[in-house]
Design a protein around this ligand. Structure first.
Ligand SMILES: Cc1cc2nc3c(=O)[nH]c(=O)nc-3n(C[C@H](O)[C@H](O)[C@H](O)COP(=O)(O)OP(=O)(O)OC[C@H]3O[C@@H](n4cnc5c(N)ncnc54)[C@H](O)[C@@H]3O)c2cc1C
Length: 285
């Protein structure tokens, strides 16, 4: 039997509801060869689900959606977009309440760049811009390490951190972006740069709270981590452990809000870890 040779499938792009496409079949085929991640265009069966974001109010019809799996995919997208004149928006978790992560031209999705690498020795983490809150918290929980994070597991770090990122522990540890010690960003000219306290200081300042999409494509975040002890929250039968450490607090009279106990906070910050719990309650813990 003759072995069938693997052939690059032929892609025929159709505009669908996208209006006039800014690229032709040949340009698209060339671009496809440079990208490892998935590319979705209007003729794909799952185009509709791919073009959506968390906020259904924003209905856009991108000409092309690219699920980047690595830095090289991001650079290929930027170069392609510049060549054919596509306006690009970035998407990480797709939770932008203003609909900023979808447009009618190119959506550069980093959601597949979702790794979390923790170094417990240096108490730092390298996090792909597409990782979400659930993935980050689960990885950190293994080591009882922490950065301030929100309650919604599917919010993407790419958008959250660049918006500042307020979390349950922000009164103790600051905003999420305050724990960032470095980032990797792909600029509009396709260069990848590191930004931290010593290199590209302006960019480092700008990405921490200036909201995404403005200064380049955020690729990776480096966090300084904090130690965090047991956590409890109110449940039907009193306070329940939220993390793996099972010891409940002595008092059962607390309810109605998340109670956080960070054993090491006093040592690390020289202040009481309970200072944001009302005084009357703090005495009962
Ligand atoms: C259910 C829900 C719960 C939330 N809870 C909290 C909370 O507890 N605390 C809090 O502070 N906020 C919270 N938010 C707000 C949330 O942090 C912001 O909406 C955030 O921008 C979402 O990030 P994202 O990556 O999921 O969204 P996206 O829509 O993917 O991105 C948001 C913005 O960042 C840009 N962006 C995304 N990725 C990149 C990238 N790699 N490079 C450059 N730009 C990029 C996008 O273009 C867009 O402008 C919540 C939002 C929702 C919907």
């Amino acid at each position: 039997m003759r072995r069938q040779r693997w052939r690059e499938p032929e892609y025929k792009i159709s505009a669908g509801r996208c209006g006039d496409l800014k690229f032709n079949d040949a340009q698209f085929a060339e671009f496809r060869k440079q990208v490892i991640g998935r590319i979705v265009v209007a003729s794909d069966p799952d185009y509709n689900s791919c073009r959506g974001t968390f906020m259904l109010a924003f209905q856009h019809f991108p000409q092309i959606i690219v699920y980047c799996v690595g830095f090289s995919d991001v650079v290929a997208c930027i170069r392609f977009a510049r060549r054919v004149g596509l306006h690009v928006v970035c998407r990480s978790g797709g939770h932008s309440a203003a609909g900023y992560s979808v447009n009618d031209e190119m959506v550069l999705d980093v959601g597949d760049m979702n790794y979390v690498l923790i170094d417990p020795a240096t108490e730092t983490a390298l996090v792909g811009a597409g990782a979400n809150m659930a993935a980050l918290n689960a990885a950190l929980d293994l080591y009882q390490l922490h950065v301030p994070g929100g309650g919604c597991g599917s919010v993407g770090l790419g958008g959250y951190m660049q918006g500042g990122g307020y979390g349950f522990t922000s009164l103790l540890f600051g905003m999420n972006c305050d724990s960032v010690i470095g980032v990797q960003v792909a600029l509009a000219d396709g260069r990848i740069v590191t930004a931290n306290q010593h290199e590209n200081e302006d960019l480092f300042w700008a990405v921490r709270g200036g909201t995404g999409n403005n200064f380049g494509v955020l690729l990776e975040i480096k966090y300084r981590l904090r130690k965090l002890g047991p956590l409890w929250g109110p449940g039907s039968s009193g306070l329940l452990p939220l993390r793996r450490t099972p010891t409940p607090p002595a008092s059962r009279s607390l309810s109605g809000r998340l109670i956080l106990r960070a054993r090491n906070a006093r040592k690390a910050w020289g202040t009481s870890p309970f200072w944001f719990i009302p005084k009357t309650l703090a005495t009962t813990i």
